[in-house]
Design a protein around this ligand. Structure first.
Ligand SMILES: Nc1ncnc2c1ncn2[C@@H]1O[C@H](COP(=O)(O)OP(=O)(O)OP(=O)(O)O)[C@@H](O)[C@H]1O
Ligand SMILES: [Mg+2]
Length: 249
């Protein structure tokens, strides 16, 4: 079954008051299978974030259908949408969006506290620790964001996105605030997660980052201009290794 199925999806902004209508999305047909690693590319203003917001159930289309794991999201009420989002989606943002005076561990615990499901405080802590270990930060759990590098902060954000075991990770420009080495570390992690079966959809402006995905979707003026496999995705781990060799004496 498709994890994501969008049919003739449109998102128009500013239809009120006789003003100009912006067709942020204008007839999107998109299918994503479980386990895919997709890069979404396109110029500024082409509709990438609008598309991610709808995919992540943060926003609804003006017209058209969106099915997430077979569920017609456009028929749900706001509480049901919030629940689906918490259960099925993990978000990673360009600006990390961590709580500043809160440790890495507490930041990762937050999504679990929102939907406690009868879990003990201890179980929540253990889950969060496991997610942080998965991103290689077991020795930084008690650090607050200002005590972490940008790449480490983004790894905390990825652990937070993973902790609910979502069906889909959505990352909007995850390397936009990171230098080359940190970007390659994040791509190494994404490829590891992808290798373990996690579905990732990532927006990026940079062809150097998109080449680590397995499929490229190009958006222009709210439409899909191009959609196809990336023949030989680069191995981030190897590119990172080479980069470090060239940049250390
Ligand atoms: N809340 C809004 N109200 C009105 N117009 C909006 C709103 N959000 C986005 N738009 C418009 O919709 C279009 C698509 O915006 P979107 O943010 O999806 O682009 P993007 O591809 O993510 O761009 P960028 O690469 O700069 O992040 C743009 O023309 C934008 O101005
Ligand atoms: Mg955007």
């Amino acid at each position: 079954m498709n994890l994501v199925l969008m049919e003739n999806l449109q998102r128009y902004y500013g239809t009120g008051n006789g003003g100009v209508t912006v067709k942020a999305l204008d007839g999107i047909d998109l299918k994503i299978l479980p386990g895919e690693f997709v890069a979404i590319m396109g110029a500024s203003g082409s509709g990438k974030t609008t598309l991610m917001n709808i995919m992540g159930c943060l926003d609804l289309p003006t017209n058209g259908k969106y099915f997430l794991e077979g569920i017609d999201v456009t028929t749900l009420n706001p509480d049901q949408i919030a629940e689906i989002r918490n259960l099925k989606i993990g978000f990673v943002f360009q600006s990390f969006n961590l709580l500043p005076r809160t440790t890495a561990l507490e930041n990762v615990e937050l999504p679990l506290l929102y939907r406690r499901n009868g879990q003990s405080t201890r179980a929540i802590r253990d889950h969060a620790k496991e997610a942080l270990s998965r991103v290689g930060l077991e020795d930084r759990m008690d650090h607050v964001p200002s005590q972490l590098s940008g790449g480490q902060q983004q790894r905390v954000a990825i652990a937070r996105a993973l902790v609910n075991r979502p069906s889909l990770i959505l990352a909007d420009e995850p390397t936009g605030n990171l230098d080359t080495e940190m970007s390659l570390e994040i791509m190494t992690l994404f490829q590891e997660l992808h290798g373990s079966g996690i579905t990732i959809v990532m927006v990026t402006h940079e062809p150097d980052i998109a080449r680590f995905a397995e499929r490229k979707v190009v958006v222009r003026d709210g439409k899909i201009l191009q959609d196809g496999p990336i023949p030989n995705p680069a191995r981030a781990e190897e590119v990172l290794k080479r980069f470090r060799e060239e940049h250390t004496l």
